[in-house]
Design a protein around this ligand. Structure first.
Ligand code: AMP
Ligand code: GLY
Length: 438
C-alpha cells in the first residue's frame, strides 16, 4: 500500500479484512492506523519511485495498491509493472485523465462523451479574457495539473466579476499553478455535486454507491475549497437528490471514458472516480480522478462485502466480474477532524487526544490521516488529521453515530464541520435541486 492518509488507512483495512495477507506500507508520515495493520512500513515520499520499487522488491510484493494521485503521475505503476509486480492502479498515461484537465476535456470531446461543458485552454491572458467575457465572467478558472483540490476558483463562490476571473487566470498562467503555463476556463455549472467511484479492469466499470463530498471549508458549504471536509452516502446507493436515472447516466459516462482510454492505448486499471454536477440539463462532468476519493473511500469501503484483494487482483489481471462485488445496503457519514486554520494556515504539530476504545464502543470507525505518531501521541500536520465514520440504517442514524464517535476526539486546536450529514443541510440540497429541475 502506497500512501499514508485516511483513504489509505481505509484501503488497508479492506485489504486486511479480505484475506490472510501480509501488508507492507510506504508512506511519508507515520499514520498510526496503518502502522498497526502493516507487517512492515517504510517512511518515504510516495513519489520517490526508486525507493518504493526497492522496498517492493525487497519484500517480494505480489500486488501494489497506490492511494494518492502524485505517485501515479510520477509513474510508480509503470515502474512496478516493469519489475513484474501486479498493480491495481493506473499507469502514468491512464492517470492523465486526472493529472491533465486539458487532456481529460479533449478526450471527452474527441469521443463525444456526454456531460461536457463549454471550455477553453489558454496560454495567453488576452485570449482567456475574451472567453471569460463571452461567458459574462460566469466561469470556473482551473489550473491544468494537480493542486490537491485547492486550485479551482468559481464565479459566485470565490469571485464575482469577469475582472477577478481574468486576474486569477493571469496568476495561474504566470505562476504556472498546477505545473503548466496555461489555464483552463469552463462555463460555470449550477447544481448539486455527487461522486461516483467504480472499479475498472480496463474494459468495464463496476460502480459503487454514490457519495456526496463537502469540499468547502465552512458550514453551509462556504469558504475556500479543501481536499474535502466530510461526505455521506445512503442505504439505497443513491443520494436524497439523485435519481436512479442520474446515477445510471454517471455510470454511462464513466464507462465511455474507460472505453476511450482503451482506444487511446492506455487502458485504465483501478478505481476511477467521477465528480459530477447534477444540473437542470442533466449530469455534467466536473472532473475525473484516477483513484479512490478522499474522503469518499471511507464511505464505500467499509460497506464492501466482496473480497477487496480479489477485486484488486482481478482489476490488475483485466478480468473483474460482477459476482465479486457486493455492498451492504447501509448509509454512511464521514466527518474529518482537521487542524485549526486548515485551508489557510494550519496549526501544525499540536496534539490530538484520540480515545480509540471510546470510539470503538460507539460503533463509529476511525481512520487516521496526515498525523504523526510520536511517543504514543498523535500530532497534527498541515493536512487533515483523522476521519470518523458512522454507519447506519439511514443517513441520520449514521450521522448520530459519527457524532458519538467524535466525542472521543479532543484537542484545543481542531476543527470539524458538524453540519455534514444533518437533516438541515441535506434537505436544503433536495429543495434546491427540486427548484432547479422545475
Ligand atoms: P475540481 O478540482 O475540478 O474538482 O474543482 C473543485 C470544485 O470546484 C468542484 O468540486 C466544484 O465544486 C467546483 N467546480 C469545478 N468546476 C466547476 C464548474 N465548471 N462549474 C461550477 N463549479 C465547478
Ligand atoms: N474528495 C475529492 C477527491 O478525492 O478528489
Amino acid at each position: 500500500m502506497v500512501g499514508g492518509g485516511a483513504r489509505e488507512h481505509a484501503i488497508c483495512e479492506a485489504v486486511k479484512k479480505s484475506k490472510d495477507v501480509d501488508l507492507f506500507s510506504v508512506m511519508h508520515n507515520r499514520n498510526p492506523g496503518i502502522l498497526k495493520l502493516a507487517k512492515k512500513a517504510k517512511i518515504a515520499k510516495e513519489t520517490e519511485i526508486d525507493k518504493v520499487v526497492e522496498f517492493a522488491l525487497e519484500n517480494e510484493i505480489d500486488l501494489a495498491i497506490i492511494g494518492p494521485e502524485a505517485p501515479l503521475e510520477a509513474g510508480l505503476t509503470d515502474a512496478l509493472i516493469e519489475k513484474g509486480i501486479k498493480v491495481s492502479s493506473p499507469t502514468r498515461d491512464a492517470a492523465r485523465i486526472e493529472t491533465s484537465k486539458e487532456w481529460m476535456r479533449k478526450l471527452m470531446e474527441k469521443y463525444r462523451i456526454p456531460g461536457i461543458v463549454k471550455y477553453g485552454v489558454f496560454n495567453e491572458i488576452e485570449d482567456a479574457k475574451d472567453f471569460i467575457d463571452l461567458l459574462n465572467g460566469e466561469v470556473a478558472v482551473k489550473p491544468i495539473g494537480l493542486t490537491g483540490g485547492k486550485g479551482v476558483r468559481v464565479y459566485g463562490d470565490h469571485f464575482s466579476s469577469a475582472e477577478e476571473a481574468v486576474r486569477y487566470a493571469k496568476e495561474v498562467i504566470e505562476k504556472r499553478i498546477g505545473g503548466f503555463p496555461k489555464v483552463l476556463i469552463e462555463e460555470k455549472m449550477i447544481g448539486e455535486e455527487f461522486t461516483l467511484q467504480a472499479f475498472s479492469d480496463g474494459k468495464n466499470i463496476y460502480p459503487m454507491p454514490a457519495v456526496q463530498d463537502h469540499k468547502r471549508l465552512l458550514p453551509g458549504d462556504k469558504g475556500p475549497n479543501t481536499g474535502g471536509m466530510g461526505s455521506y452516502s445512503c442505504e439505497d446507493g443513491l443520494l436524497p437528490f439523485l435519481k436512479k436515472s442520474d446515477y445510471e447516466e454517471g455510470c454511462f459516462i464513466l464507462q465511455k471514458v474507460i472505453e476511450a482510454l482503451n482506444k487511446e492505448g492506455c487502458p485504465f486499471i483501478g478505481t476511477i472516480y467521477g465528480q459530477f454536477m447534477l444540473t437542470a440539463e442533466g449530469v455534467k462532468v466536473i472532473e475525473i480522478n484516477s483513484r479512490f476519493g478522499d474522503p469518499e473511500a471511507m464511505n464505500v469501503l467499509p460497506l464492501l462485502k466482496g473480497n477487496f484483494v480479489e477485486i484488486c487482483l482481478s482489476m490488475a489481471e483485466g478480468n473483474l466480474s460482477e459476482k465479486k462485488i457486493d455492498f451492504d445496503g447501509k448509509a454512511t457519514v464521514c466527518k474529518y477532524v482537521v487542524p485549526e486554520g486548515y485551508g489557510t494556515k494550519s496549526m501544525e504539530n499540536v496534539p490530538i487526544e484520540v480515545n480509540e476504545k471510546g470510539i470503538s464502543k460507539t460503533g463509529a470507525l476511525l481512520y487516521y490521516a496526515s498525523v504523526n505518531l510520536k511517543n504514543g501521541k498523535v500530532y497534527t500536520t498541515k493536512s487533515r488529521s483523522l476521519a470518523i465514520v458512522g454507519i447506519g440504517e439511514n443517513v441520520y442514524e449514521a450521522e448520530r453515530i459519527c457524532e458519538k464517535g467524535l466525542e472521543h476526539v479532543k484537542g484545543d486546536h481542531i476543527f470539524i464541520r458538524h453540519d455534514i450529514g444533518t437533516r438541515e443541510l441535506i434537505e436544503r440540497k433536495v429543495k434546491r435541486m427540486k427548484t432547479l429541475r422545475g
